[in-house]
Design a protein around this ligand. Structure first.
Ligand SMILES: *Cc1c(COP(=O)(O)O)cnc(C)c1O
Length: 402
């Protein structure tokens, strides 16, 4: 197909509508969505509250640019900072823009407050991270596919292994302005660090007078059973990036929330976005915040966590998968390589059984259904996964016997 750049290889399916945890294709076949737009659709497809809020706002006021104020922006900032227990927010659109904003704010803070010599600011990041696709962000990616042929790369980042606090400590210098980390590595396959990792990074940042930036774009807003995953660990970041579910699955809405002393350095003319904080985004963001305020969605993720884990453990006990990692309604599953299935083939097997999911690397797949999923629907998804893997296992037995 010449009209579309080939930067994705989607499953062979064309969707036309969605409701809750379900999507329907152009032939009328229904599928349980276990990707949820990489957690952008945490509240389900066509969530009635979000749709009503967006529809009302579309006919009222959608964009004024930051050249003028609009009546929803300050209430939205108040609501989001209150929900996250932070001081200040800076609205952007995509996740990558929020990460770029945090990087710029941290560097500026380093020069103006820490008095680091010009152009020497450094940020410590983790290998196998995913923070977005801009030229600066891919400059510190360790994924060759994401990085190759896009140089020259932005300097100023030191990459250390993930879940290795000692490596972070060793990488710190007087020019380090920040440690930038995912609390759980989503794209890497839902890699959950040891419980003392984030607390140790907090202590290292404090010891060196550097900022701790936690990227909650995928982990945050209910996915792990908490408003912010850092709350599950009991750590408070200086800056937190939010995105994906903040837009309710309707439009890109992102933000950096955190210390006023840092974000207040983003003065007029020094940073901005035409669409950041627009009335439609603010209206949707406000609705997302009010839905999270009740704790209902976080509770759903926590309530299903045990059952999810049991079903994943069964797959491991049956030798179908090697490792499973899960928290809340989020799991990474590594298929047993002996089954000879790629992650892609597993996803095709799931699709044939009415479930949509996405592979990450090799034979790892990620499961992240909308938080509105019911237990019997989750059971359906787990049955489909078990069935897909069992089928490959039976074929393997046939081959072995022959
Ligand atoms: C998806 C993601 C991003 C990038 O968000 P976009 O909206 O695609 O730019 C950044 N960080 C993390 C952890 C993500 O999962």
């Amino acid at each position: 197909m010449r009209v579309l750049a080939p930067n994705y290889t989607p499953l062979d399916i064309t969707l036309s509508h969605g409701e809750g945890a379900w999507v329907t294709d152009i032939h009328g076949d229904r599928y349980l969505d276990c990707l949820a737009g990489y957690s952008a659709v945490n509240f389900g497809h066509a969530n009635p509250r979000l749709v009503a809020a967006a529809q009302e706002q579309v006919g009222t006021l959608t964009l004024v640019s930051r050249a003028f104020n609009h009546e929803l922006l300050v209430p939205y900032a108040e609501a989001l900072t209150s929900l996250t227990g932070t001081e200040t927010m800076l609205p952007m659109n995509t996740g990558a823009e929020a990460v770029e904003t945090a990087i710029k704010a941290a560097r500026k803070w380093g020069y103006l407050v820490k008095h680091i010599p010009d152009d020497r600011a450094n940020i410590v990041v983790a290998a196998n991270s995913f923070h977005g696709r801009t030229t600066t962000i891919i400059s510190f990616s360790t994924d060759e596919k994401a990085r190759d042929h896009y140089g020259p790369y932005t300097p100023g980042f030191t990459i250390v292994p993930y879940d290795d606090a000692a490596a972070v400590a060793a990488a710190m210098t007087e020019y380090t302005v920040a440690i930038l980390i995912e609390p759980i590595q989503g794209e890497a396959g839902v890699v959950i660090p040891t419980p003392d990792y984030l607390p140790r990074l907090r202590a290292i940042a404090d010891e060196w007078g550097a900022l701790l930036i936690v990227d909650e774009i995928q982990a945050g807003l209910g996915r792990t059973g908490w408003t912010l995953d850092q709350q599950r660990i009991g750590v408070k970041a200086d800056l937190t990036t939010l995105g994906k579910a903040l837009g309710g699955g309707i439009m890109p809405v992102s933000a950096v929330v955190g210390l006023h002393d840092v974000l207040s350095l983003m003065t007029p003319g020094t940073h901005g976005s035409t669409f950041g904080g627009n009335p439609l985004a603010a209206r949707i963001g406000l609705e997302v915040v009010s839905m999270l305020e009740t704790g209902e969605y976080q509770q759903r993720a926590r309530d299903l966590e045990g059952y999810f884990g049991e079903r994943l453990d069964e797959l491991a006990a049956d030798g179908l998968v090697n490792a499973t990692r899960h928290v809340g309604l989020w799991a990474g599953v590594d298929a047993n390589p002996r089954l000879g299935l790629t992650g892609r083939q597993i996803c095709e097997g799931l699709q044939a059984r009415g479930v949509l999911a996405k592979d990450t690397h090799g034979s790892t797949i990620r499961l992240a259904p909308p938080l509105v999923i019911e237990r019997d629907e989750l059971a359906l998804a787990m049955d489909a996964l078990a069935d897909t893997l069992h089928a490959a296992h039976r074929e393997l037995a046939v081959v072995t016997v022959a």
